[in-house]
Design a protein around this ligand. Sequence first.
Ligand code: GLC
Ligand code: MG
Length: 425
Amino acid sequence: MNRLSGAARLMIVSDLDHTMVDHHDSKNLSLLRFNALWESNYRHNSLLVFSTGRSPTLYKQLRKEKPMLTPDITIMSVGTEITYGNSMVPDDGWVEFLNQKWDRNIVSEETSKFPELTLQSETEQRPHKVSFYVQKDKAQDVMKALSANLEERGLDVKIIYSGGMDLDILPQGAGKGQALAYLLKKLNAKGKLPNNTLACGDSGNDAELFSIPDVYGVMVGNAQEELLQWHAANAKDNPKIIHATERCAAGIVQAIGHFNLGPSTSPRDVTDLMDSKMEKFDPSFEVVKFYLFYERWRHAEVENSELYLANLKAVCSVSGVFVHPSGIEQSLCDCVNSFRTCYGDKRGKPYWVWVDQVLPAQIDSHSWLVKFKKWEQSGEEQQCCLTTVVLSSKDASVEEGLTWMHVHQTWLDETGQNNQTTWLF
Ligand code: GLC
Ligand code: MG
């Protein structure tokens, strides 16, 4: 949250399952499109917030399965846990606030009287969240009766039904909407209220996100019946909320365009990236573009042409060095030459390359140091390198693009080291 010195240009607050992540898209196309758009245009001055029903355990599991970005803020367990940054530092103030009129033991006792309720897995039971499964046709009656019982026991709770199967019981002050309101209040107190906020969701527990004042909202194309019903009853005249025609992350990109919140063309939608003409030197775009080419090269989605390699070499400094995460050094030009051996080696295979947390820092009037995480996923295996690149605009025209002076990579964790040989760049 303190990464930005001023207000965020855009804050996206997005649900994960069936919103940011499309579980029916085995190629992860829309997620990767969003990722490239975010990193090339927004990361450096905007905030990415994930707001999921998942516990920290299942959230971390999802990150291992899908090509996801790292958010600035992670809200988990249906707005009951807020954490900041890469090390996910919990917001203790929020925990304290949620303790009011809450007693987990009473919730457990009262819910055990309903045979219609089936307890979810142990990982999903959290300090301020008790979760069950309940059939669609029984949900309304159970919620009504349970709510009355808990009130009688002196608790002030919120019961939320999502995805036509999940029933969560939380303290009244919790929930995705309350967590967002709390965050906005905190940012405002620091004079950093985002210029625009866009909430994105697909199911019942996301409804609250759309009732926070001054926030844009997108219900993705595949939104659940329960959310659309809530919208029809509560927010249908609010022009700041749309029901996208596109599914999941593609619906989020659609909303960015619809509300004019900034650029909404993902670099992944540009077929010939080498041809894209720039208006100014753009280090983030340069990095996104390079690794997109690299993925397309290995997928054989671009032509196997010497011209491409010549173009790449043209933007590498002759004295430029690449330090592989194993510690081995190579000249940047030799490194590009070695691309010949991997053309199409991932053709038709589940293989993705994406860059995450691309943060450029200007060193002087003509050079930038760009730090980012470079991820690769091959089947189910993910590898990640913390990467630093020095780019220079000296002696280059805007059309030619920036010159790569130096690249240095370090394994983010021990996972990469098991399979060093497959990591090329
Ligand atoms: C996620 C959580 C689950 C919760 C559901 C709806 O699937 O894992 O516990 O009930 O979201 O909020
Ligand atoms: Mg969802």
